[in-house]
Design a protein around this ligand. Structure first.
Ligand code: TXA
Ligand code: MG
Length: 343
């Protein structure tokens, strides 16, 4: 199969919508990351998604809608806290886990009795959902275990020859996947941090929990609330280490480790901030230290770049784990297998 990459226009949205209605898969730009979209009400489309991604069948898909009114038929209840979250943060980078209705195939929810629902802010994503006339199930458009794609070119790297069409909506604004929030109970639980932060939820509802596995590795026998937590994610081929602490100490520790690695015949690279001086050592930029949203937007591209350049050791500067920084640290820690040096 040939994979076409086309810019988002009314014509290509209509073409993508028709493909989805016909049971095919389409690369969908969103404000978070590119998604691999298929008809959420069609079990066979869901199976195609799992196959194209190489994704384990027990990891459920997120269902995307174009308007709040489209949620009711997909779920069996909307608790009050969920309603308030929707009103405050949709459209946007937030997925709510809700009890599912019977129309959601078991293939989409991976056999769970809940379903993740998201109303994206991206006009291209909502345009595609409207053109399809059905809700769109879309995991991130990477092959399983690779960083999520934040450009159409990244998605093509992973999906070339597997799907007929990728709609190119330019680079994703947020750059990390949506916050996944379990809204089935009274106190919302953040299962995956993203652009809607714990601080934002707490300010709105007065309470929030962050699942313990967001910043700590799984131990054997741990029960997870979200299947995605079980799987190794975003791991570049380079051995990746994070350095946390005061900037001067972090910079010194990274430079020392870099020189050691180079002396041992490795190819080290630094994922670091523009303001910091690493004395001419190879650096892939995470943007400005003053804007953690820069690191969010750049991290996945930086992880892909490491592999392309054949780097064998990656030394990353930590960001403060508050606001969007928590999402950055969650993804970085997983890429590093939770190898974090306190300087
Ligand atoms: O930003 C995003 O959410 C992107 C774009 C395309 O919308 N999608 C995305 O999907 O990141 P995916 O499949 O790569 O990640 C979905 C995560 C997985 O970790 C999955 O385990 C979790 O959400 N999830 C989905 N349904 C769930 C459910 N019913 N209960 C618990 N976790 C669920
Ligand atoms: Mg994913």
């Amino acid at each position: 199969m040939q994979t076409h990459v086309k810019p988002v226009t009314p014509e290509t949205l209509a073409e993508g919508g028709a493909l989805i209605r016909a049971g095919e898969l389409v690369g969908m730009p969103t404000e978070t990351v590119y998604g691999l979209g298929g008809n959420a009400l069609d079990a066979r489309a869901a199976l195609r998604i799992f196959e194209a991604k190489g994704r384990p069948a027990d990891n459920p898909l997120i269902v995307h809608v174009a308007a709040v009114e489209e949620v009711a038929p997909l779920v069996s209840a909307v608790p009050e806290a969920a309603r308030r979250l929707m009103r405050a943060f949709w459209p946007g980078p937030m997925t709510l886990i809700l009890p599912k209705a019977a129309c959601i195939p078991a293939e989409v929810s991976a056999g769970l009795d809940t379903v993740g629902i998201r109303l994206p802010s991206s006009a291209a994503a909502r345009g595609l959902i409207r053109a399809a006339g059905v809700p769109i199930a879309a995991p991130s458009g990477n092959r399983s275990g690779r960083p999520s794609p934040t450009t159409a070119a990244h998605m093509l790297e992973d999906m070339d020859g597997r799907i007929p069409l990728i709609l190119d909506g330019g680079p994703c604004e947020v750059g990390l996947e949506s916050s996944v929030i379990d809204a089935t109970g009274e106190v919302p639980v953040i299962l995956r941090p993203g652009g809607v932060t714990p601080e934002m939820v707490e300010r709105l509802l007065g309470s929030v929990r962050v699942d313990e596995h967001v910043m700590s590795p799984l131990a054997e026998g741990d029960v997870v609330r979200s299947p995605g937590m079980k799987y190794k994610h975003y791991a570049p081929k380079a051995k990746t280490v994070i350095f946390d602490g005061a900037a001067e100490r972090v910079i010194a520790a990274i430079c020392a480790r870099y020189d050691e690695a180079e002396a041992a015949g490795e190819r080290p690279a630094i994922l670091g901030f523009d303001e910091h001086d690493f004395g001419g050592r190879t650096r892939i930029s995470l943007g400005s230290v003053k804007r953690p949203q820069d690191a969010a937007a750049r991290l996945f591209g930086a992880l892909r770049e490491l592999d392309e350049r054949g780097e064998t050791v990656a030394l990353c500067e930590a960001v403060e784990a508050t606001g969007i920084g928590l999402a950055v640290m969650n993804r970085m820690a997983r890429a590093a297998g939770f190898d974090i040096v306190q300087t």
